[in-house]
Write a protein that binds this ligand. Structure first.
Ligand SMILES: [Zn+2]
Length: 406
């Protein structure tokens, strides 16, 4: 269930509450990615301590363990996924489509979800590593021939048991031209119906129903984006995801094409976006939740966020040898409420840990960094929500970005 509490007067931003069987999520909210249904080096208590409200796992990676599961839930509300995270927390899974379809992206170098500067639509671009049919995608993984389609994705996601699941869609590459995107969009529409039917069957008679989000595609083409939003938005999904691919610069433009066609009373999720500047773009264009690997992936490499920008904790200026110079003796950010900064763990100490070849010490360093980055993004979202409640979102954004060096 989703409820919009307040709409911003000057932008499309909105304040809301998304209620799931595992708790309520205040929106807008950041969604952290635990690919394998866990956050390495963090305990359940740690995840709670970061203030995280919603986490997402990848169906592709949980496929085998979820299907191999024999026994049912041990207690009410228990799912494969909450057991995996070890935490009673609202969860999402993607459809597996992104992983499967992006296996083809390796055909051309440097092309991923987002277009690189030079990547242009190329009509000669062919997918040689996968075969797409009306039923789904045939692909090879670790030498094995496999298949994933809308029906199977729904079945796997039911087993995994996330509160919010996504329809199986056809993501395109930035190299795909208009004609290919049109075809992919048509297939996404067709698969949407298969997902809805299978989902209805799966959820029949269930008390705690999973919410199914449909996905809008259409690449970088306004006509296709609008048609996709209109079509997918008219279907009885519980919410909507907006999928790639587009350049970072195109996010706001693309959302302006899509959002007007999506129902006001349903939640909207932006897939795979979450840099600081993008967070603001997404929210003020009407997005309620968005997931990204950035806070956790960067934390593992010692790249930390503060209100003034990034810091690479591995740099020499944070070394214990430089304690007298000042930087090394400080915490990551004064006034930060995360576990690491609250416990006054110094930058020099974190640097030593994260650079350590000793596995345990390195894990401790990563944990300190994860605790800080996740808290940082949750706190940013907390502040954004507070500004929306006060009616001063734009002022808050201006102040924040004027100090933040991206
Ligand atoms: Zn901190």
């Amino acid at each position: 269930m989703f409820k919009v509490i307040k709409k911003d007067k000057r932008t499309k931003a909105r304040l809301g509450v998304l209620t799931t069987p595992h708790g309520a999520v205040k929106t807008p909210s950041y969604v952290f990615v635990g690919t394998y249904g866990k956050f390495r080096h963090l305990t359940a208590k740690d995840i709670k301590r970061t203030g995280s409200q919603l986490v997402i796992a990848n169906t592709f990676h949980l496929w085998d363990p979820a299907l191999a599961r024999k026994s049912g839930a041990r207690k009410v509300g228990d799912t494969f996924l909450t057991r995996s995270f070890g935490l009673n927390i609202p969860t999402m899974t993607d459809s597996g489509g992104f992983q499967v379809l992006s296996l083809a992206f390796g055909d051309k170098n440097k092309v991923g979800k987002f277009m690189t500067g030079e990547a242009k639509p190329d009509a000669s671009y062919k997918r040689t590593k996968i075969r797409i049919t009306q039923k789904g995608v045939h692909f090879k993984f670790k030498g094995k021939k496999l298949f994933l389609g809308p029906k199977l994705s729904m079945q796997i996601q039911r087993k995994i048991g996330a509160d919010i699941i996504f329809a199986f869609d056809h993501i395109t590459s930035p190299l795909d031209d208009f004609a290919y995107n049109q075809k992919a969009s048509d297939l996404t529409n067709k698969w949407a119906h298969i997902c809805l039917d299978e989902h209805a069957k799966n959820q029949k008679g269930k008390k705690n129903k999973q919410m199914l989000f449909g996905i809008v595609q259409g690449g970088i083409y306004p006509k296709l984006r609008k048609e996709s939003a209109k079509y997918i938005g008219s279907l009885p999904f519980d919410g909507f995801g907006i999928g790639g691919s587009y350049t970072k610069e195109q996010i706001a433009k693309m959302l302006k094409w899509v959002i007007p066609y999506l129902p006001e009373d349903k939640p909207r999720h932006l897939l795979g976006v979450g840099k600081v500047a993008d967070v603001f773009e997404a929210i003020e264009n009407g997005i309620d939740t968005f997931d990204c690997v950035i806070p956790t992936r960067e934390a593992r490499h010692g790249r930390l966020y503060t209100k003034t920008g990034h810091m690479d904790i591995r740099k020499g200026k944070y070394s214990a040898d430089n304690l007298l110079a000042g930087e090394a003796g400080k915490v990551i950010e004064k006034g930060c409420g995360c576990l690491t900064c609250s416990n006054k763990i110094r930058r020099s100490e974190i640097r030593e840990l994260i650079k350590s070849a000793d596995r345990e010490l390195n894990a401790t360093g990563q944990r300190y960094c994860l605790m800080h980055n996740m808290w940082f993004f949750n706190n940013l979202l907390n502040e954004i929500r507070a500004s929306l409640a006060r009616g001063s979102y734009q002022q808050y954004k201006k102040n924040f970005l004027s100090k933040f060096n991206s």
